[in-house]
Design a protein around this ligand. Structure first.
Ligand code: NAD
Ligand code: TYD
Length: 352
């Protein structure tokens, strides 16, 4: 048996692939276009591992997807590939519509053709697992209950709108064609191999470089944070036991204001790598807010807990400590990621 993973060289996808082989010898075909966010170095430990078959390619390339399905006969597709950064979606939404909407459409059509020709047990066992985000539900007010699977979709950014569109396509392919799909909507992940354009890794690499720590607006926006390997275990649980056509919210019950996240990162760095120039929090700099910035996300994860017995293994305290320690132990990884293309992005987003 084999699974096809898309976007497996990105942050969550590479953690998923590495984690997969800790508990399974089932081969993974990993289709990834290696955009700026894809990094094969994350998978260096699998270089000579026959269980991992890496294919550089685009999920919008129907002929390639058809060929991979016909050649490898996967029992499941786990679909991570996406443009994933809200700020980039504000500057250039086109790539988000292409990969997140057209790419998901292409995969669904290829999967429909492949699954339609399967028979018996292989047909019954096939799964299309769509990996999505809590951002499709929009923004919560302070007293609102956390997002349940029944919440209305109210996406506010080009990123979340493109993910919402892809969720709707997945839903429709199940209802119209019977394609055996499951969807997971997860909160903000953090952990190893997180590209340093997102809040937590950006704060770590900037602090270590003595650069300002840019906090948008008043820093009181709230996100729910989940350690990345807990997201991976949630996906495995839903892939194995999720009900077809259902969606599952995955979250860590860790609502935190951005400024508190940044202060936590600073305090851990003060402890683990003290800076002779003074506490890292001196670098905190409030900058212009993100346009349309969602104020609060929070996840009600009771469905996956109740139906599938999933629980996160990490608390925020253990997860953030592991994350800071990983970045301190892997400064070479971060400096290689900080390529010319990435530096261009930083000057576009934050100015000189
Ligand atoms: P990422 O940006 O780190 O990685 C995306 C990967 O997809 C990269 O390896 C990239 O090369 C690849 N890719 C992009 N366009 C492609 C294309 N057209 N064809 C093939 N590959 C392509 O993203 P991530 O943070 O790992 O997120 C993975 C998935 O999880 C996304 O679908 C995202 O919406 C979802 N998600 C992310 C979070 C989070 O906090 N990061 C939370 C919930 C859900
Ligand atoms: P991000 O990591 O981009 O994830 P998302 O927007 O998908 O939740 O941002 C997390 C939060 O941190 C979000 O409220 C925006 C904020 N933020 C900053 O304050 N400064 C920054 O430099 C970045 C990248 C994000």
């Amino acid at each position: 048996m084999t699974i096809l993973v898309t976007g497996g060289a990105g942050f969550i996808g590479s953690n998923f692939v590495l984690d997969w082989f800790k508990t399974s010898d089932e081969p993974v075909v990993n289709l990834d276009a290696l955009t700026y966010a894809g990094n094969l170095e994350n998978l260096a430990s699998l270089k000579d591992d026959a269980r991992h078959i890496f294919v550089k390619g685009d999920i919008c390339d129907r002929a390639l997807v058809d060929q991979l399905l016909a050649t490898h006969r996967p029992r499941a597709i786990v679909h991570f590939a996406a443009e994933s950064h809200v700020d980039r979606s504000i500057h250039g939404p086109g790539a988000f519509m292409r990969t997140n909407v057209e790419g998901t459409f292409t995969l669904l059509e290829a999967a429909r053709g492949y699954w339609g020709a399967l028979e018996g047990d292989a047909k019954a066992a096939f799964r299309f697992h769509h990996v999505s985000t809590d951002e499709v539900y929009g923004s919560l007010k302070p007293q609102d209950p956390p997002f349940a699977e029944t919440n209305a979709y109210e996406p506010n950014s080009p990123y979340s709108a493109s993910k919402a569109a892809s969720d709707h396509l997945v839903r429709a392919w199940h209802h119209t064609y019977g394609l055996p799909v499951v969807t997971t909507n997860c909160s903000n992940n953090y952990g190893p191999y997180h590209f340093p354009e997102k809040l937590i890794p950006l704060m770590i690499v900037n602090a270590l470089a003595g650069k300002p720590l840019p906090v948008y607006g008043d820093g009181q926006q709230i996100r729910d944070w989940l350690y990345v390997t807990d997201h991976c275990s949630g996906i495995r649980a839903v892939l194995a036991g999720g009900t077809l056509g259902e969606t599952y919210n995955i979250g860590g019950w860790n609502e935190k204001a951005n400024i508190d996240i940044v202060k936590t990162v600073c305090a851990l760095l003060d402890e683990l790598r003290p800076d002779p120039a003074g506490p890292y929090a001196r670098l905190i700099t409030y900058v212009k807010d993100r346009p349309g910035h969602d104020r609060r996300y929070a996840i009600d994860a009771r469905k996956i807990e109740r139906d599938l017995g999933w629980r996160p293994a990490e608390t925020f305290e253990t997860g953030i400590r592991k994350t800071v320690q990983w970045y301190l132990a892997n400064e070479d990884w971060a400096s290689r990621v900080l390529s010319g293309a990435y530096r261009e992005w930083v000057s576009k987003q934050y100015g000189a």
